[in-house]
Ligand binder design. Structure first.
Ligand SMILES: C[S@@+](CC[C@H](N)C(=O)[O-])C[C@H]1O[C@@H](n2cnc3c(N)ncnc32)[C@H](O)[C@@H]1O
Length: 360
């Protein structure tokens, strides 16, 4: 195969999703290019793609019997390969897919809408999961938060309707109940709705409340995890959250309370070998640092504030519980920020690797 001059045929590069097979050939001119294209195609085709083809093969006879109008049949197939049924098969929920097909066939009408609650990660678009990206290409309408970077929203299907639903502390463009109601009504219209949230939907993201509303209305949904800010910011700041020399555990804490108060009761936060990560902690940062010292933490405990982690504007301010509030006050800090407290912060100086950001 490496001597094209001696060959009377060429071997293409294959993407095998049996019974679906794609082959890429450069007719022997550029095997490397064919391999590169193949690896890109591999990423675009989920592993279960072949199962969809097998299922469609099984259904051909029954569908032809049931839907005799060719145009209607074509629409049925189109909805099937690009709708909730394919999603169910890709998610490994084939039994549900079959039930769904039976119901759709029975009424030979359109399919129900669905909501995909998707974590978009902390900012860098390269940190999206393949599943998130795939659903972003399929959704008819996208509801997104302020924390989702415009570059990520841009990756959604070009003709998808985009709805900004805001969310900044104490300034919600749409109250949570209205967001829940909007999801229910859009899916009720039969639309495929992408609910795109910063980080991970289940970590300080109120994703649970949104899918509770969907479950109550019997709207089908899927949830796609995302890289949460703690994981993304810590990695890009070179702060291994549970480095064995410094920590045995890590705790994610909200720095924002409804009543505005931050309290540290008893010895709950005194474990020197536990890394603390505060989300939404910028406003209360002086209270958090003071509160921890008053509760008994050593004022020299290392602490870092990561601003706009994983983006080109990332910046890391490093100090201690005693010094960080003044350091932060003397910089023009921009949200979102994440506060990391514990011995692991000392590793930042040695392990910082991300060139997109600055360190002070
Ligand atoms: C409402 S919470 C949402 C958290 C999100 N669900 C997650 O898993 O990352 C918003 C907080 O996440 C943190 N955050 C999100 N993205 C961040 C980023 N790129 N850099 C620093 N902090 C971030 C900030 O503390 C911000 O106030």
């Amino acid at each position: 195969v490496d001597e094209p001059g001696l060959c009377s045929f060429t071997f293409p590069a294959l993407v095998d999703r049996n019974p679906v097979v794609l082959s890429v050939s450069s007719d022997g001119n550029a095997p490397m290019l064919a391999r590169l294209l193949r690896s890109r195609l591999e990423l675009m085709l989920p592993a279960n793609y072949g199962r969809i083809a097998q299922l469609l093969g099984e259904l051909r006879g029954p569908v032809a019997e049931r839907i005799t109008d060719p145009a209607q049949r074509l629409r049925f197939w189109e909805d099937l390969v690009d709708g909730p049924v394919a999603e169910l098969v890709l998610a490994g929920r084939e039994a549900e897919a079959r039930t769904h097909i039976t119901a759709v066939l029975a009424r030979t009408a359109g399919v129900r809408g669905e909501v995909w609650l998707v974590g978009a990660g902390p900012g860098d678009p390269d940190l999206l999961t393949i599943k998130a990206w795939r659903l972003m290409q399929k959704a008819d309408v996208v509801l997104y938060d302020r924390l989702v970077a415009p570059a990520i929203v841009d990756l959604c299907r070009k003709d998808a309707e985009r709805v900004y639903v805001g969310k900044r502390m104490a300034e919600h463009s749409l109250p949570q109940q209205d967001i829940n109601a909007l999801l229910v009504s859009l899916a009720g219209e039969g639309r495929r709705v992408l609910r795109l949230k910063g980080g991970d939907p289940f970590i300080f993201g109120r994703g649970g409340e949104e899918i509770e509303a969907l479950a109550e209305h019997r709207i089908p949904f899927q949830v796609v995890p995302g890289i949460t800010a703690a994981a993304g910011c810590a990695c890009y700041a070179g702060i291994p959250l549970t480095h064995r020399d410094h920590a045995r555990s890590v705790r994610f804490v909200t720095g924002h309370r409804r009543d505005g108060a931050v309290q540290f009761r008893g010895d709950d936060f005194l474990d020197e070998e536990e890394t603390l990560v505060f989300y939404m902690g910028l406003v209360a940062l002086p209270d958090i640092c003071r509160g921890l010292i008053e509760a008994g933490r050593d004022p020299t405990t290392p602490a870092a504030l990561v601003q706009q982690g994983t983006t080109a504007r990332q910046r890391v301010l490093v100090g201690s519980l005693a010094s960080l509030p003044d350091i932060v006050a003397s910089h023009d800090v921009k949200a979102p920020t994440l506060l990391i407290i514990g011995g692991v912060v000392t590793l930042h100086q040695k392990l910082s690797w991300y060139e997109g950001g600055a360190s002070d």
